[in-house]
Ligand binder design. Structure first.
Ligand SMILES: Cc1cc2nc3c(=O)[nH]c(=O)nc-3n(C[C@H](O)[C@H](O)[C@H](O)COP(=O)(O)OP(=O)(O)OC[C@H]3O[C@@H](n4cnc5c(N)ncnc54)[C@H](O)[C@@H]3O)c2cc1C
Length: 627
């Protein structure tokens, strides 16, 4: 489905500003539906079907074996050859370390063996990201920008055989790659892109001009993927913006690094502004076809997005380790601080969230490997939920460590204390909520996908661009669907497998029940708001958050069930059971809060008030009395 024309059943863009319409139409035309079912997507329709995910797909023994030599060596390198505080202090990753990682194969983890890579699975890749995330965000970003979004993944998915043969062995060996989409005026909204590629008169080349911002790895890259606007295409008599992906060798005349960018954290990121001045590119540098650049980018990100939450698992385990140690040994007011309820609750949340993130990411990674499910929603939920949980974890860790959390590792060391780098970890992790899809954009993306089945059934009814006749016909058809669907949302629930570990059953019974409530809530919101629902971001955000929590509970319960049945060696059974119980209770609390604020909120008041803040002639008092 797309919205780029006035086909019945699409989003009504007629009341939007031109900028809004262009942004929406562009991303809509690049939506990549896989045709498979999505467990998380089904939740929003009140369907609780464990068909693809029960029993939890634990990593198969053969896959564990395939990844173990690499993962063991990577772990060893990270343990013995990486000094993350030094990397942070220098703002540089030692060349010898980059070369060591390249020799290990860390730049080609998922690149098929026939193209010189390790040919490992998504699950093994996620496990590598977890190891990296537990040690250093700079290394995670280096390897992730290179292969989650840089040249390897888009070429694997969309490259021609010739492109794969030419570039994949190079990047697998360690020639660094990058991905350049962002510009000064283009953050989350690619419709404003100004970098342009025009066909050359010879018909064989393209001429690229423009400037890309914040391109991670660009300072060290040999070849990068660049998104550029190419001439509009006429569709249904109207011009439609085109974005095309190009492979650009960094040594091509006209390519220049204008400046290196520096950030709050990730101080050794090789990130820069890249300028293109009349860069001549041959036709065969186009990836995925002319005008398909955004599809290349969005499809790449569908799985590429999993790297951040996978790294967050390692990061959170590190935070939890520091927090547990300090809570057990730091005595204040007569007892270890972990025995004070205010600290204990932070520990409980951090531990439960860590396990839940692991469950969500491992489940989604397994689904990627099985290739028989639509994982777009699950991956976005992992990114949204995992990065927010990781931020909560580092915030809690800082609070638990008190003044020592705020002190730098070097200063702690100078005073003879253990150099626990909470301050650096906090700086390094904040970006996870912004790049590869900010939390706000993830919620919009998830809301769009949650609404999709309804748009397919009833979009035309609400679409003011359609004739009265078409809308009436659509209403009759939609009425038929909803007459059957809606009553089912009130039928007794089921779907919890009888052979599930007893301690995990209540969690899934709750998800099954609540998914129906979620679907009813979404439906009521649609009926009440009509086409305006698309713009009710906070309302949709709460619905998305509930769906995401339900996915998290499901993954957690099924993961624990599988580990219990397998006879896990690192968790006691009672520990797994209490993780499920604790996480479910916490998650239910968040869901209850979201449901309550769906009914009672101050969204409208806040929005109206915020608009007055955008007017610089108002609220002068809020600027007064400061320097
Ligand atoms: C360290 C770092 C590394 C990066 N690496 C790369 C890279 O390798 N390649 C690359 O191409 N880019 C890269 N980026 C860019 C990154 O992906 C963008 O920062 C991100 O897409 C957000 O864009 P923006 O910062 O311009 O924010 P904007 O899009 O301007 O958004 C500002 C704020 O408004 C919110 N917002 C925007 N639109 C909406 C909306 N419709 N509804 C609600 N809220 C909205 C956003 O969530 C955000 O909170 C990097 C950025 C950083 C800081």
């Amino acid at each position: 489905m797309n919205t780029t024309d006035d086909t019945p059943g699409t989003i009504d863009t007629s009341k939007m500003t031109q900028g809004q319409r262009e942004a929406l139409e562009m991303t809509e035309s690049a939506r990549a539906e896989s045709g498979y079912r999505s467990f998380a997507g089904d939740l929003f329709m009140g369907r609780f079907s464990l068909d693809h995910i029960y029993p939890f797909p634990l990593q198969p023994a053969a896959d564990v074996e395939a990844g173990q030599p690499f993962l063991t060596e990577l772990e060893q390198v990270l343990k013995t050859e990486v000094d993350a505080d030094q990397i942070d202090a220098d703002g540089e990753i030692p060349d010898a370390l980059i070369e060591r990682l390249a020799r290990l194969g860390a730049f080609g983890i998922k690149i098929p063996k026939e193209y010189g890579g390790l040919g490992l699975s998504q699950t093994n890749y996620s496990r590598a990201a977890q190891l990296l995330g537990s040690v250093d965000g700079n290394l995670t970003a280096l390897l992730s920008a290179h292969q989650s979004i840089g040249v390897p993944q888009p070429l694997k998915l969309f490259g021609t055989e010739e492109q794969k043969r030419k570039y994949l062995p190079r990047v697998a060996r360690g020639e660094i790659s990058a991905f350049a989409l962002t510009e000064t005026g283009v953050g989350s909204d690619p419709a404003r892109m100004e970098t342009r590629a025009e066909p050359d008169a010879d018909g064989e080349h393209w001429i690229l001009n423009g400037e890309k911002l914040w391109c991670t790895n660009s300072l060290k890259a040999g070849v990068i993927i660049v998104m550029a606007r190419t001439p509009d295409k006429i569709v249904h008599g109207k011009p439609r913006s085109q974005i095309t992906a190009f492979l650009v060798e960094m040594n091509t005349p006209g390519v220049e690094i204008v400046t290196r960018c520096h950030f709050m954290g990730l101080r050794a990121l090789y990130n820069g502004v890249v300028r293109f001045t009349n860069v001549r590119l041959s036709r065969d540098t186009i990836v995925g076809g002319e005008g398909r650049g955004l599809k290349v980018a969005l499809t790449t990100l569908n799985t590429g997005r999993l790297t951040i939450p996978a790294a967050c698992i390692g990061f959170m385990k590190r935070c939890l380790g520091y927090s547990r140690d300090w809570s057990a040994t730091r005595v204040q007011w007569g007892s270890p601080i972990g025995q004070h309820a205010a600290i204990a609750s932070k520990l409980a949340r951090m531990a439960a969230n860590t396990f839940a993130t692991e469950a969500m990411v491992m489940l989604t990674s397994a689904l990627v490997d099985r290739k028989n499910a639509d994982i777009r929603l699950e991956a976005a939920m992992c990114k949204l939920w995992g990065s927010e949980a990781a931020w909560q974890a580092i915030d809690d860790t800082m609070q638990i460590r008190g003044g020592r959390g705020y002190e730098t590792a070097a200063s702690l060391k100078n005073r003879g204390e253990k150099p626990v780098p909470v301050e650096r970890l906090m700086r390094d992790s904040r970006i996870n909520l912004i790049f590869e899809g900010s939390s706000e954009i993830m919620r919009l993306f998830l809301a769009r996908e949650a609404l999709d089945p309804h748009l397919k059934v009833a979009g035309a009814v609400l679409d003011s661009r359609q004739s009265a006749g078409k809308r009436l016909a659509a209403a009759l058809k939609a009425g038929g669907f909803y007459a059957l669907w809606y009553p089912k949302l009130h039928l007794p629930v089921g779907g919890v497998p009888s052979d599930l570990t007893p301690a995990c059953k209540p969690a899934l019974a709750y998800v099954s029940r609540t998914s129906r409530r979620l679907a009813r809530t979404l439906f009521h919101a649609m009926v009440k708001n009509g086409p305006k629902l698309e713009r009710r971001q906070l309302l949709l955000g709460r619905i998305v958050d509930i769906g995401t929590e339900l996915f998290a509970i499901t993954a957690t319960a099924l993961y624990a069930d599988a580990l219990i049945k397998r006879g896990n060696t690192t968790h006691f059974r009672e520990d797994l059971e209490s993780l499920v119980k604790t996480f479910t209770a916490q998650s239910r609390g968040r869901i209850a809060a979201s449901l309550a604020s769906l009914a009672h909120n101050h969204d409208h008041e806040d929005y109206t008030f915020a608009q007055t803040l955008l007017d610089e002639t108002r609220h002068a008092g809020l600027r007064d009395g400061i320097v």
